[in-house]
Ligand binder design. Structure first.
Ligand code: BJ8
Length: 387
């Protein structure tokens, strides 16, 4: 079995892509661009584009700024939250520096309280996210969508028209389709590319700020991979286990889990995560006469574990296991992430009892201290899968 991770010559790692984006961002700022920093899939990007501004994902993926963050935040908090705050506090995230406004959301307890502290460093507008999906919640969330639009109008002294929003919905829907097509390459068997590349490209796409250009790059890569698969891989069965990764955002643990398990001889072919297909499965309804309702429905349906109940996540994992021909599921839970940690009960039950597939739960943080132990656990997990 060839375990080497095959990456194209032009591949940029996430830190490389993030760094390359700095100069592009600086040039855009120098020419007058307005920038809105964000951390989460629940934020309606369309409104930011409709305001003539650029959304950018803020740094939250290494443990470097965590000691500084722990001066003000408890140690037993999710590393993603500590890193987000730490980068801002130590002024080491250029994207935070260039942001004119930060937008947060009341997803989990730690994040929503951290945004209060973040607001002391840079103006942070917080969207109050309800945690259910009934009619009252939808009405409330629609109000929050409108309040965010009004905040953008006031902040940037612009008027956002419904036409602006419709145009942005179309653009963003195109991006969702393009990214979904790319991620669905994982359905091909044998796997046509590594999960490491898939996840990295989706995350790194955020640093190419022109939406159309971002789509063109991914479309080109999808076509290349498909053509190569047709020519060299189709019809050649592989014994490498096919894995689905689910759970918390994994950019901060990509090397020690995603890359490591693929180098051990498995293929990660599907991601039920925010840098996977989670936000891309449902489009914003372009035909809804009420654009705010259309946005509210789409975003409230994101199947993150902060929602309760969250049956749609289980339904989607079941569907993915079938469609991607999955042998095993790795669930990544960042330390102290209570919602994913508790919901893991249902994921395990579904995967092991109902679908009869292998399941591994990894609770981890951004440090390298558990790297050796993780390698041992990942290797043992792969041993249990017989293709
Ligand atoms: S839509 S997954 S990006 S909230 S910060 S909940 S890991 S304890 S990030 Fe997320 Fe939006 Fe959901 Fe996606 Fe847990 Fe940490 Fe909270 Fe987290």
């Amino acid at each position: 079995m060839d375990n080497a991770l095959k990456l194209p010559a032009d591949f940029e790692t996430y830190p490389e892509a993030r760094k390359a984006g700095f100069l592009r961002m600086k040039a855009l700022k120098d020419s007058g661009a307005k920038v809105v920093g964000m951390f989460c899939s629940f934020v309606p990007y369309e409104l930011i584009y409709a305001a003539g501004a650029l959304p950018v994902g803020l740094c939250a993926f290494t443990d470097e700024p965590i000691p500084a963050a722990e001066a003000n935040l408890p140690r037993n908090l999710c590393p993603l939250i500590k890193a987000s705050y730490g980068f801002a506090l130590t002024d080491t995230c250029p994207y935070f520096y260039f942001s004119d406004l930060v937008v947060g959301e009341t997803t989990c307890d730690g994040k929503k309280k951290m945004f209060e502290l973040l607001n002391e460093i840079k103006e942070t507008h917080v969207m109050q996210l309800p945690h259910s999906r009934d009619g009252a919640a939808l009405e409330f969330w629609k109000g929050q969508v409108i309040a965010f639009k009004e905040k953008l109008e006031q902040k940037f002294s612009v008027t956002i028209t419904e036409e602006d929003i419709r145009k942005a919905i179309k653009q963003k829907n195109r991006e969702r389709r393009v990214m979904k097509d790319f991620l669905e390459l994982g359905k091909l068997d044998p796997a046509p590319l590594s999960g490491y590349e898939m996840g990295t490209r989706i995350d790194a796409g955020m640093f190419s700020f022109d939406l159309d250009e971002r789509c063109d790059i991914i479309e080109k890569r999808t076509a290349e991979v498909k053509a190569e698969w047709e020519a060299t891989k189709k019809g050649t069965p592989s014994t490498r286990p096919r894995l689905l990764v689910t759970g918390c955002p994994n950019a901060g643990v990509r090397e020690k889990i995603i890359r490591a398990v693929e180098e051990m001889g498995a293929d990660i072919v599907a991601f039920d995560t925010c840098n996977g297909i989670r936000e891309k499965v449902e489009l914003v309804d372009e035909n809804n006469p009420d654009v705010y309702e259309a946005l509210a429905i789409k975003y409230l349906n994101i199947n993150c574990s902060v929602m309760s109940p969250n049956q749609s996540r289980m339904d989607y994992i079941r569907q993915m296991v079938e469609e991607y021909n999955i042998d095993g599921v790795i669930e990544i839970v960042l330390q102290s992430c209570h919602t994913y940690d508790v919901e893991a009960y249902y994921v395990k039950k579904l995967v092991v009892e109902e679908l009869d597939k292998a399941y591994l739960n990894i609770e981890t943080d951004y440090s390298q201290s558990d790297k050796g132990q993780l390698s041992t656990r990942l290797a043992a997990f792969l041993e249990t899968i017989d293709r």
